[in-house]
Design a protein around this ligand. Structure first.
Ligand SMILES: [Zn+2]
Ligand SMILES: [Zn+2]
Length: 662
């Protein structure tokens, strides 16, 4: 037991016996840290002062500052969740506590209770938490045999904790106690509640108890979300951001802007695109379709259902069955396609392929159906029916790098067009020490992975290698788009596949006259149209750039006598290719402008007596406001050029303008 460990601290090197407490080391060698820091880190692991040291390394202080991912803030948020549970136990009877981890934005704690907590409850709980925080309660770490912990929680009637200790605890477990509240937890925590800075409870939700435990009678818990920051300013920025995200929520804007709806009666997780949403989607599809045609892609169409046999060959029937919708046709089992790949393979296989005709690039806006659990459905982001801009590239192994480069170039062009200037790229690789997990042989993997990396490198792209994150069938490149609020969205994906070419025996005749294994690349630029448009709605806050706006121009006659002139203007705009409307309703101009603003229409063309007289229009832009009088020809020339450029910037159309925040 008297094993020793080497610890560096503040420039000193110490030889300590394993199991020495952090506090003891600090008291001797760095007592000021006990005051200025909230804990320490050892080899990037956060530790609190009561924990024991078991490995070599350097101790650094965790100071109470920093944001988001800082270990100190995470410790602080986690400790606050204990205080939340303590406050709830003090204020409410008949409540059992569940778990309370930190999250990316704060923390939550789950409680077993019949009724949801009301907003008034949250206020009372928050008030009690502040009171508890002020009393500087120590969080005392208690280490004990598992049975003892089970007994403690059983006596308190905390059956869920007993279950957790039983399932998760080793022979010895740790609990933390502040005041009369005790929790089963590995830590680390702040030394005392007085170190908790600014807190805020946010909202409630229902959540199942341990959903992954497979228990069928898993009770429903009442979850309370909260957050904590080191400064009031950080909290304010967070809350402002949160408010803005709510305003941009695509589910809300989808309804407000009349873009789409989900119809519970017709079935959850399936979007009904209204004319305005349909217009946006059509522009997005047409843009990519043209790009693909100019880049040597072919367009194919494949049926929505196919006999089970096809899915047995592809392997989906074995490992993807619970996500597939099946149907009976002529007493045979058919599958509603969850993927487009097998369909494209059937087209490739129709005919003998020679090395000369490769690569073949088959593209389809393919609608697929996947049986997602109803609990995970979320607006346009998780749905049961969606359309992928799916393409499969069949090529020779020596063409992989060039094909991947081509797909990367297309992805970059598309992101730029939609104004996603920031993105992250992951290159997911296999783990040679985990061979059983992956299809294909080591040579194939080596060749494909270096082809992907070379393609990225040759284009000067920065990416992160993710070891052991590849799909079982091949390595892949994933883009994560960063939106206007700094949030990441799933973007383009380019994936190699060693599995399907084997399963379907895909070959081509080489210049040596022999048959060779075809290489296959799955590639989606938007991914799912539903998710992509959902993301765009939030990225733009509903204010689509001119080329995408469902109504680009609305003409507002000031009085009835201007309606005829307004119609002429709208007609001229339509002739120039714009989507134009006339607001013929009687009523105040101010109200019409407000409506157009609310609908986030890019341009309002206001026409009154003077405009008619001068054969002009008074141009108003949704973000810039009044732009003065122009002839309709001048306005249209500018607008048409902007549409053709698919400009994301707002008016005025100076060169090198960047878009102001919408
Ligand atoms: Zn804890
Ligand atoms: Zn595919």
């Amino acid at each position: 037991m008297s094993e020793s460990i080497e610890i560096k601290i503040n420039g000193q090197e110490l030889l300590l016996s394993a199991g020495t407490r952090v506090r003891d080391v600090l008291e001797q060698h760095c007592p000021e840290w006990l005051k200025t820091s909230v804990g320490v880190s050892l080899n990037d692991e956060p530790l609190d002062f009561q924990m024991a040291l078991h490995s070599n390394g350097e101790l650094t202080p965790l100071e109470p500052r920093g944001n988001a991912s800082s270990m100190a803030l995470e410790m602080c948020r986690h400790t606050t969740s204990h205080v939340l549970a303590q406050a709830v136990k003090e204020l409410f009877n008949d409540v059992q506590v569940g778990i309370g981890p930190p999250t990316a934005d704060g923390f939550y704690y789950d409680f077993l209770r019949e009724d949801p907590f009301t907003p008034e409850d949250l206020k009372a709980i928050e008030k009690r938490m502040r009171k508890l925080i002020k009393t500087n309660q120590t969080l005392e770490r208690l280490e004990m045999p598992k049975e003892e912990a089970e007994m403690i929680f059983a006596e308190k009637g905390e059956d869920l904790k007993v279950e957790l200790v039983r399932d998760k605890g080793g022979d010895q477990v740790s609990c933390y106690q502040q005041g009369n509240f005790i929790d089963f937890c590995t830590g680390p925590h702040l030394p005392h509640t007085g170190k908790i800075p600014v807190i805020k409870l946010l909202h409630t939700a229902a959540a199942h108890w341990r959903p992954k435990s497979g228990r069928e009678d898993s009770p429903m818990m009442q979850r309370i979300y909260g957050t904590a920051f080191f400064s009031g300013e950080d909290l304010k920025t967070f809350l402002d951001h949160r408010e803005e995200a709510k305003k941009r929520d695509h589910r809300r804007l989808g309804i407000d802007l009349d873009l789409f709806h989900f119809d519970e009666k017709a079935g959850p997780g399936m979007a009904y695109w209204h004319p305005k949403g349909g217009t946006i989607r059509h522009q997005i599809e047409a843009f990519l379709c043209d790009e693909q045609l100019s880049r040597g892609y072919d367009i194919v169409y494949t049926p929505h259902i196919a006999r089970k046999h096809l899915w047995e060959t592809s392997g989906h029937y074995d490992y993807y069955k619970e996500n597939m919708f099946t149907l009976d046709v002529d007493e045979q089992e058919y599958v509603l396609k969850p993927m487009n790949c097998p369909g494209h393979i059937l087209i490739y296989q129709k005919g003998t392929r020679s090395y000369r005709e490769l690569p073949l690039r088959y593209s389809e806006f393919g609608t697929v159906y996947r049986n997602e659990l109803s609990g995970v459905l979320h607006g346009m982001l998780r749905v049961r029916g969606f359309t992928q801009d799916d393409a499969h590239i069949f090529c020779r192994p020596d063409q992989i790098q060039e094909e991947v480069s081509g797909a990367l170039d297309l992805a970059l062009h598309v992101m730029k067009t939609f104004g996603y200037d920031e993105y992250r790229i992951d290159l997911s690789l296999h783990d040679p020490s985990n061979r059983d997990k992956y299809a294909g042989d080591e040579d194939q993997w080596g060749l494909a992975e270096s082809a992907l990396a070379d393609a990225l490198d040759s284009m000067g792209l920065v990416y992160e290698r993710q070891l052991n994150e590849a799909a079982f069938y091949g390595p892949k490149i994933d883009f994560h788009l960063i939106d206007a609020l700094g949030r990441a969205w799933q973007g383009s994906t380019i994936q190699l596949d060693f599995n399907l070419p084997e399963r379907f025996n895909l070959t081509y005749a080489g210049d040596d006259g022999y048959q060779h294994r075809t290489a296959m690349i799955h590639r989606a630029i938007y991914g799912s149209l539903e998710r992509f448009v959902g993301g765009l709605i939030e990225h733009y806050g509903g204010a689509f750039p001119l080329w995408l706006a469902p109504v680009q121009v609305v003409v507002l006659p000031i009085a009835d006598r201007h309606i005829k002139y307004a119609e002429d203007i709208a007609e001229a705009a339509e002739k120039a290719g714009l989507r134009a409307e006339v607001d013929r309703r009687s009523g105040k101009l101010g109200a019409k402008i407000r409506d157009a603003q609310t609908q986030k229409l890019p341009f309002m063309l206001i026409v009154g007596d003077r405009d008619m007289e001068n054969q002009e229009v008074s141009v108003r832009h949704r973000t810039v406001g009044d732009l003065g009088s122009l002839t309709i020809e001048t306005f249209l020339a500018q607008a048409v050029r902007d549409i053709e450029d698919r400009a994301v910037r707002e008016w005025p159309l100076r060169e090198n303008d960047t878009a102001p925040a919408a």
